[in-house]
Design a protein around this ligand. Structure first.
Ligand code: ADE
Length: 233
């Protein structure tokens, strides 16, 4: 998958490309991440990417020309899906991550300043928000989306099963996990996990996932019940 991030802070992209699973995916050629500096598409002497709002008011507005030129540049070799990160967008979810992981080329547009010129929206396919809070720019949200999407690309997780072995792991909160030692500060690992009985372990894990989701995230639990009604796993 090819991902372009259009930003005035290209250095921020290294936050996700330099470590762990994403670094490995890039080195393995499964993922190509490119930071495109919007400032490189400015025409004026000061290379300005923002300007005062028409109609007055506080703050600055991101200019349309450099952003749209950067989008066109990103598309010049290969068509792509253009995504604008904004608190006004559709909420980013695991289902959305699944859908995006099937794309060949994502072009992520990171807004900055107090806002973007409304006409930029005509050059965008989709708007995404990572939650109901306002960050100072779209960079961190873009990196959140990239992280969630990249780990769903086939081959990116070392252990293919980790992403979706049992369908419930995708749609519910995780079951409790333990590693050695068997007793830590008087806290034992649940007996069933030491039993070696695979089927019982799976049952226990699913039960814990259901219990946790119902308690901590009732809306996700209801969604799970709707989607899995009548389906035996
Ligand atoms: N830009 C600023 N805040 C944001 C958010 N919550 N989601 C996506 N983009 C943003």
């Amino acid at each position: 998958m090819y991902i372009d991030i259009l930003t005035i802070f290209p250095e921020m992209v290294k936050l996700v490309t330099g470590w762990g699973i994403l670094k490995r995916a890039i080195e393995g050629g499964l993922l190509h991440v490119r930071a495109i500096n919007i400032r490189d598409f400015t025409m004026d002497r000061h290379r300005s990417t923002d300007d005062a709002p028409y109609g007055g008011g506080p703050g600055m507005v991101m200019k349309p020309e450099p952003v749209v030129k950067a989008i066109e540049y990103a598309k010049s070799e290969q068509e792509g899906k253009v995504i604008l990160l904004t608190p006004q967008g559709e909420r980013f979810t695991q289902a959305k991550a699944q859908a995006l992981s099937k794309q060949m080329h994502l072009i992520m547009v990171c807004g900055r300043y107090e806002g973007i010129d409304e006409r930029i929206r005509y050059f965008v396919d989709e708007e995404l928000s990572i939650g109901d809070y306002v960050l100072s720019g779209g960079e961190l949200p873009a990196l959140v989306v990239i992280d969630a999407v990249a780990r769903l690309i086939p081959g990116v997780l070392g252990n293919e099963a980790s992403a979706g072995e049992e369908s419930f792991t995708q749609d519910l909160l995780e079951y409790p996990q333990y590693t050695r030692p068997p007793v830590f500060r008087n806290l034992p690992v649940p007996e069933v996990l030491l039993s070696g009985h695979h089927e019982k372990i799976q049952q226990w894990r699913k039960g814990m996932s259901l219990q946790r989701t119902q308690k901590r995230h009732p809306a996700l639990y209801q969604q799970y019940l709707r989607h899995h009604q009548g389906k035996e796993e």
